[in-house]
Design a protein around this ligand. Structure first.
Ligand SMILES: *Cc1c(COP(=O)(O)O)cnc(C)c1O
Length: 399
């Protein structure tokens, strides 16, 4: 496989890095649907099996289409290497099995994707990996949680739905000082808006089902970072088995070609919508990393090149009023996913955060009157009109 020249341009790398071409003369990257590969001769088989010679052996170990997706992701995150997996959670599984051991301690950010928190606190606990949860914004709290056996910092920035931002430079530096690995879930920003590795993080995780796919079709995940760490994780994953399907890899490979322009438009629509919501009389508070009023404005500008498309807001009303807003939308879909071309809304307190106790919800700020929007790529006027109609309905019935 010939590698195209590297480029400083995100757009060029998103389209050209990690090209895979089969033996036909097709221009678009091929989909290699094969479970096994033919060897040149017996010696070739022996060398490849032993890992002494590069090449494909079997689908659980490698696939040319999956490899092309991995190379493209590594190029976009400015990483040495990447390993693709069946889901975002399988990426966490690989990181944990590859890099943690019994007796280790992990510091987790508050407000992470719920399943991530559950994975560490419920399942890894069974294997004697302990964890503490801290406010993602408070570097001092991270520092106070460092113990002699702390092996990893795991965080998301921004968090969702509250849009709390982690100081990636400060946390990565603190971790490095203590020989701790920093793992950043970059699903929300994607490499088009934020590159945690260039700010000091050791590994980046993505759920590819969100903005990387961008059209809500396929599940997948990826871990990117230094060659030696990715090798360790890849080894475990090839043995344990949660690899990425070649078809899904092929879909993501195509989607990455438009990632930058999609994220630009998600950000633009999100910005217009968030500013509109801030002015709406039925809206109490808006959570969006593009707003001038965001309390971490300076930090955001120093590490994100755009806000992305997630906008949360609270309404002047209770949970029932929030549900009425959700129930009176006709364009925006009611679904808990994020990152599609289609706009989607969810009521976090009764769905994604429904397991939290009422006190925990109140403490964490996930209140009953909150809604979270994943702003899509429909015309922003249509998205606003849909919300306007729904919000009016609530105001009238609340009066
Ligand atoms: C969806 C999501 C995950 C989990 O990914 P799956 O592909 O659903 O396994 C992890 N982190 C974030 C931020 C997510 O949005």
């Amino acid at each position: 496989m010939t590698q195209p020249p590297t480029s400083d341009s995100f757009a060029t790398r998103a389209i050209r890095a990690g090209q895979y071409q089969d033996l036909s003369d097709s221009h678009s990257e091929g989909l290699a649907l094969t479970a096994s590969y033919v060897f040149d001769d017996a010696e070739d088989a022996a060398e490849k099996f032993a890992g002494r010679r590069p090449g494909n052996v079997y689908v659980r170990f490698s696939n040319p289409t999956v490899a092309a997706f991995e190379q493209r992701m590594a190029a976009l995150e400015q990483a040495e290497a990447a390993v693709a997996v069946a889901s975002g959670m399988a990426a966490y599984l690989g990181v944990a099995l590859g890099l943690l051991k019994a007796g280790d301690h992990v510091v987790l950010a508050d407000g992470m994707f719920g399943t991530t928190t559950r994975f560490f606190q419920t399942y890894l606990k069974k294997f004697q990996v302990s964890s503490s949860i801290v406010d993602v914004r408070d570097v001092g709290e991270w520092r106070r949680q460092v113990r002699p056996n702390t092996a990893m910092f795991v965080l998301e920035t921004p968090t969702n739905p509250l849009m709390h931002v982690a100081d990636l430079r400060a946390l990565s530096a603190l971790a490095a000082e203590h020989g701790i690995l920093t793992v950043v879930d970059n699903t929300l920003c994607t490499p088009a808006l934020q590159n945690p590795l260039t700010l000091g993080a050791d590994l980046v995780i993505h759920s590819a089902a969100k903005y990387i796919d961008g059209q809500g079709r396929c599940g997948g995940g990826v871990v990117v970072g230094r060659e030696e760490l990715v090798q360790e994780i890849g080894g475990v994953l090839r043995t344990a088995g949660p690899g990425l399907s070649p078809f899904n890899a092929w879909t993501f490979l195509k989607s990455l070609e438009t990632l930058e322009i999609r994220m630009r438009e998600h950000s633009r629509n999100g910005q217009i919508l968030a500013e509109w919501l801030e002015r709406h009389p039925a809206v109490e508070q808006v959570f969006f990393t593009g707003l001038k009023s965001h309390p971490q404005r300076e930090l955001i500008d120093s590490q994100q090149s755009g806000p992305g498309g997630l906008v949360s807001f609270t309404i002047r009303g209770d949970q029932e009023a929030a549900w009425r807003v959700a129930d009176h939308l006709s364009l925006i879909s009611l679904t808990t996913n994020i990152g599609d071309t289609k706009s989607m809304i969810t009521h976090p307190a009764s769905t994604t955060h429904g397991r939290l106790s009422p006190e925990a919800k109140e403490r964490s700020g996930i209140t009953g009157n909150m809604l979270r929007l994943s702003v899509g790529l429909e015309h922003v006027d249509d998205i606003i009109a849909d919300l306007d109609k729904a919000l009016d309905n609530v105001t009238i019935s609340a009066e």
